[in-house]
Design a protein around this ligand. Structure first.
Ligand SMILES: CC(C)(COP(=O)(O)OP(=O)(O)OC[C@H]1O[C@@H](n2cnc3c(N)ncnc32)[C@H](O)[C@@H]1OP(=O)(O)O)[C@@H](O)C(=O)NCCC(=O)NCCS
Length: 229
């Protein structure tokens, strides 16, 4: 079972494929997925929407409206909330929080699955990230997934602030091995609110066979660039 990595004020929920046939989904949500989605994708989407509905209720949204999809695939949360969804083929997680408490939430789950080929590491990681990954021969697959997953969580957290694609190479992570926390830096100007040099933190951990990563951006980001260090 995956435990919430967030403070209590963040609503967190999990759905699994075992429950998928009994999970309710709003017809507008299914419509926003589109008719062309294959069965596997449809089931993952249903798991994610069920988790997001529960997470919204746990965050204080008593009668959640359907969570539709935006132009870039982002979930459209009800006014006053931020959140994130992630799924593997067997589990979906969602976290939601009132926007007065955080300006962005990122969440990502990655199945350890098959080993990732080394050329893919280069597409995702900076030189210093590769150094950290290869410093452990036994754990380099795990370390790669932690970086990959933490960056995807960061992308989801920043998206409501920037409304634009952020490439994997536009952010760099440095792991503090004492605390296990990734210290992230944005490497180029992304928007009026997120500039080159913007810092953030991300956490990533192995839970069973799944890497779970999360990012929680403080409310202060809403008003412009902030310095966290
Ligand atoms: C969008 C992306 C992060 C999704 O990650 P994934 O591992 O493929 O899939 P996950 O199951 O973890 O997440 C999928 C969910 O992400 C959410 N999502 C998709 N696009 C999003 C966006 N632009 N902003 C926020 N959330 C988004 C959706 O809720 C989606 O699920 P749904 O379609 O069922 O609603 C990934 O495909 C991607 O494009 N990554 C490249 C950008 C990036 O990560 N850059 C790092 C910069 S620091």
């Amino acid at each position: 079972m995956i435990a919430s990595p967030f403070p209590e004020y963040v609503g967190f929920s999990i759905s699994t494929m075992d429950d998928v046939n009994g999970l309710a989904i709003h017809p507008d949500e299914l419509r926003s997925l589109g008719k062309k989605a294959r069965e596997k994708r449809r089931r993952e989407f249903i798991m994610g929407r069920a988790a997001s509905r529960n997470a919204l209720m746990r965050a204080g949204c008593t009668d959640p409206p359907p969570v539709l999809r935006g132009a870039m695939g982002e979930p459209l949360w009800p006014e006053g909330y931020v959140g994130a969804i992630s799924h593997t083929s067997v589990v979906a997680v969602s976290a939601v929080c009132p926007v007065i408490l955080a300006s962005g939430i990122g969440l990502d789950v990655e199945d350890m699955g098959e080993p990732v080929e080394l050329p893919v590491f280069n597409l995702v990681c900076s030189d210093s990230e590769l150094q950290w990954i290869h410093a452990s021969r036994d754990e380099c697959q795990l370390r790669f997934r932690m970086i990959f997953s933490a960056k995807e969580a960061a992308y989801k957290a920043f998206f409501p602030l920037v409304g634009a694609y952020i490439d994997f190479k536009d952010a760099e992570l440095r792991r503090d091995d004492d605390t296990g926390i990734f210290h992230g830096t944005i490497l180029k100007n992304i928007s009026s609110r997120v500039h080159k040099g913007q810092t953030f933190t991300a956490e990533s951990r192995l839970s069973g066979n799944v890497v779970l990563s999360h990012v929680l951006l403080p409310h202060a980001f809403r008003d412009g660039p902030v310095h966290l260090d």
